[in-house]
Design a protein around this ligand. Structure first.
Ligand code: ARG
Length: 460
């Protein structure tokens, strides 16, 4: 067995199974490139304060350049006996450059090193996630721009409520995604704080310049307490929380897509490349992508719960439990990124079926509220109007027709204020057009919102 970095005081080598049980290299090697970045900043700082020489720094840079190349080329030999990404890279560095490699870890612990790595890694992934959210927003706004005037039924309790426009519906999700985007950008500031220099837990005896290494790494702030710096993972919990919320939003959209695609609805067509068939039923075309996304929201919630649970009983400062933070965070990153990617492609390809949606919107007396509002405009108190319209709906229901199909005399028999112009408000087009104020579903408003979003996109 190889000699461990810390084996000085040990009388026997670590048990082979224990080694496998406690090692993290299989998953934390994902952070290799940021680990190198962190080490280079630390080494530069040590040089600046005169703890290692310019020559050492040069050697470290040269060694790390080679290691980076080996990792990118896939030729780097990861060794389980070396436990984690940090000790693997350090061992290779020392093999390549000798003593300078052994000096790198001066004034540093793997505790502040790993905390630095996760933050750097997560920061980069947050930026990618924000990019993908922005892309999905653009796709939804483009659909809204095409369908600003396409009428569909709006539901409450899954019952037809009032007609809305398909564009309005797409813009509702755009708003949700904007809050998700803001959440990621906001928590990014707390991710972007440097723990480097906290060392094991108490700080170090060297006259380190924490601001310097933080600046080299692009951190916006320096953690102000060494105990907190090495044992804080709430930034990762926040990340999993924001990831859970966006997955919840995408899961709701998925549910709608699944429903819209069912034969009973037929509101949309999905391009074949986002559906799959059945091994037994030749006619099938299943909405697998939205269903998979809906299912994957569950695993991201699991990642959040895993993070909260793993942290809750840990005393200050570092505990090995924290090593368990990586897989949930990585899983949440992968799932959110993949889901966003799938949705960017898929949402661009959905084809709303305007006629079917229009027909569906006519079922269930969706303009009853419009009729009540009409009566109110003619001086009837709203509660009385509500009652009158209720009776009108019953009449139409008995006759098996829509409100707009009742003859004028019949309508007049319920209220004398009703005139020919009532048919304008009973039609779906009139109903949506009438909701013409900020945030309303009127086509004109949807177009304004599309323009507002396009301006936002142009300024991003
Ligand atoms: N692999 C460890 C982790 O992910 C690195 C820190 C280990 N520190 C220690 N004192 N054992 O947390």
């Amino acid at each position: 067995a190889k000699k461990k970095a810390w084996s000085g005081r040990f009388s026997e080598p670590v048990d082979a199974f224990v080694l496998r049980y406690t090692a993290s290299v299989d998953f934390d090697k994902r952070m290799a490139l940021v680990d190198i970045e962190g080490s280079l900043a630390h080494a530069a700082m040590l040089t600046k304060i005169g703890v290692i020489s310019e020559k050492d720094l040069e050697d470290i840079r040269r060694g790390m350049t080679q290691i980076r190349e080996e990792i990118l080329a896939g030729t780097f030999e990861w060794q389980l006996e070396l436990e984690d990404v940090h000790l693997n890279i350090e061992a290779r560095l020392t093999a390549l450059i000798g003593d300078a490699g052994k000096r790198l870890h001066t004034g540093r612990s793997r505790n502040d090193q790993v905390a630095t790595d996760i933050r750097l890694y997560l920061r980069g992934e947050i930026d990618e996630i924000v990019n993908r959210i922005e892309h999905l927003q653009e796709v939804l706004v483009a659909q809204a721009g095409k369908h600003w005037n396409t009428i569909m039924p709006g539901f409450t309790h899954m019952q037809v409520a009032q007609p809305v426009t398909f564009g309005h519906h797409m813009l509702a999700y755009t708003e949700m995604l904007e809050r998700d985007r803001q959440r990621f950008l906001d928590l990014r500031r707390r991710v972007n704080t440097s723990p480097l220099g906290a060392a094991a837990l108490a700080g170090t005896t060297y006259p380190i310049d924490r601001e310097y290494s933080a600046k080299l790494l692009g951190f916006e702030a320096v953690a102000q307490n060494s105990l907190d710096a090495v044992s804080d993972r709430d930034f990762a919990i926040e990340f999993c929380s924001a990831a859970s919320i966006i997955m919840m939003h995408i899961s709701r959209l998925s549910e709608e897509l699944v429903v819209w695609m069912s034969q009973r609805f037929g509101f949309i067509k999905l391009p074949d490349r986002f559906t799959t068939g059945s091994s037994i039923m030749p006619q099938k075309k299943n909405p697998d992508v939205p269903e998979t996304a809906r299912g994957k929201s569950g695993r991201v919630y699991g990642d959040l719960i895993a993070m909260l649970t793993l942290m809750k009983g840990t005393p200050l400062a570092y505990n090995k439990d924290f090593q368990e933070d990586k897989e949930p965070v990585f899983d949440a990153i992968d799932t959110v990124k993949d889901t966003l990617r799938a949705f960017c492609d898929m949402m661009a390809g959905i084809e709303p079926q305007a006629e079917t949606m229009h027909r569906a919107a006519q079922m269930g007396f969706p303009t009853a509220t419009d009729l009540a509002d009409y009566l109110v405009r003619h001086g009837v108190p709203f509660r009385t109007a509500h009652d009158i319209v209720g009776q009108t709906v019953r009449e139409a229901s008995d006759r098996g027709c829509g409100l707009e199909e009742l003859p004028l005399e019949t309508l007049k028999s319920f209220s004398p204020v009703i005139e020919e112009d009532v048919y304008d408000v009973l039609r779906l087009e009139g109903s949506v057009q009438a909701r013409n104020h900020l945030g309303g579903t009127a086509p004109e408003q949807v177009r304004k919102q599309v323009e507002r979003w396009e301006k936002i996109f142009a300024e991003r």
